[in-house]
Ligand binder design. Sequence first.
Ligand code: HAM
Length: 423
Amino acid sequence: MEYRSVRGMEDMLPQDAWIWRELETKARKALESSGYSEIRTPILEDTAVFVRGIGETTDIVSKEMFTFLDRKERSLTMRPEGTAPIVRAYIEHALLSISPVSRLYYVGPMFRAERPQKGRLRQFHQIGVEVIGSSSPFADVEVIAQIDGMLKLFGLKDFNIKLNSLGCKDDKAAFAKKLKEYLGEKSSALCDDCKSRMDKNVLRVLDCKNDSCKEVVKGAPNVLECLCDGCKNHFEKVKTNLKALNIRFEEAKNLVRGLDYYTGTVFEVTHSALGGQDAIGAGGRYDNLVRQMGGADVGAVGYALGIERLIIALKAQGALPCEENVVYIATLGDEAKLKGMHLAADIKEEIKLDNMVVLTDIGETSFKSQLRSADKNKAKIVIMIGDDELKEGKVIIKDMSGKEPQATIDMGAIIEEVRKMLC
Ligand code: HAM
């Protein structure tokens, strides 16, 4: 084959598109009904937005960005994540002047030049949420409850919410110092990546997957011991209120996250169906980012779910959303075709199902070949209208699963019959 899609970037084919549409529709409804508004930022940003926002020494910025110079030699980057661009847009359009707290959501593609494997792509998609303008622990509780509720709404079971706190900027710096001292004595047991992380981004040693590093990290100091009173209090309130809402979580002292902007609460949602890349979603508080990027001193918290990973987990669990309900109207002759079009409009008007598709055949072929086409289109129901049926005011209805026998019924009864057969 001469042309193929770029490595790690997948086509979304018509047979899978319904899953995406279904998940996105559910997510949008859930978010909008909780007061979140959609924001769409461009795919390309000035590279500085990410270097400043995510941090120069992070894996994302140092190794994984698709960065290039445009015709005027400006450095542009395809967004590897949504938070930094949203903060850029929040400042640029003075969203703080519109409301003290902005509840924003986004759905779209992100790009990271990682080594592709199951659940790890170079173009992947996120559903994300950012609450900007609140430092309250209740904002953390709100977004964690939201991710929990959203996953349950999708029908996902057996996911784990891991929770930690990194403390404020000073706490983080104090912990990094303590950790460096501890690791300094054991550096010979660390992998090469972690040896260089010791200077650049020591916290990341804590979530290295290398066995020898994991062993070293077992005895590492606990970040919670370095929290100031304010951060300790904040974290306690988050935990107490999550428990009060019956949201299950586990504390994970080594959860640090791979982006520098996090301070305070961090969390990750994992699922065993994913293997090595087990995070379906993740997020946390980033109280310094808005100010650091030139805006006001406001607190913020958010998360992003990886849609491809979510679909892997839902598939593994047999919990994909109900497939599209395709109703296929097969007709013979011009008069029947016109009748079929009227009927299609009536079905859509009367049966308001988000996942219903009504197809009318526009060819001049036999019923047999129209049934083949209905089968290819994964039709659940075929309605057949020919000359005889027209004359008698009847239609033939066929359940393509074969559970119900084919039947000839009055035209007036067809909508109720279709309604009964769809899910
Ligand atoms: P992240 O942990 O880098 O956080 O990504 C969030 C989710 O995106 C991951 O848990 C995973 O499901 C998915 N993901 C990340 N990389 C890939 C990949 N290469 N292939 C497939 N899926 C992937 C963020 O992006 C933060 N912006 C989240 C956030 C929002 N924090 C605060 N607000």
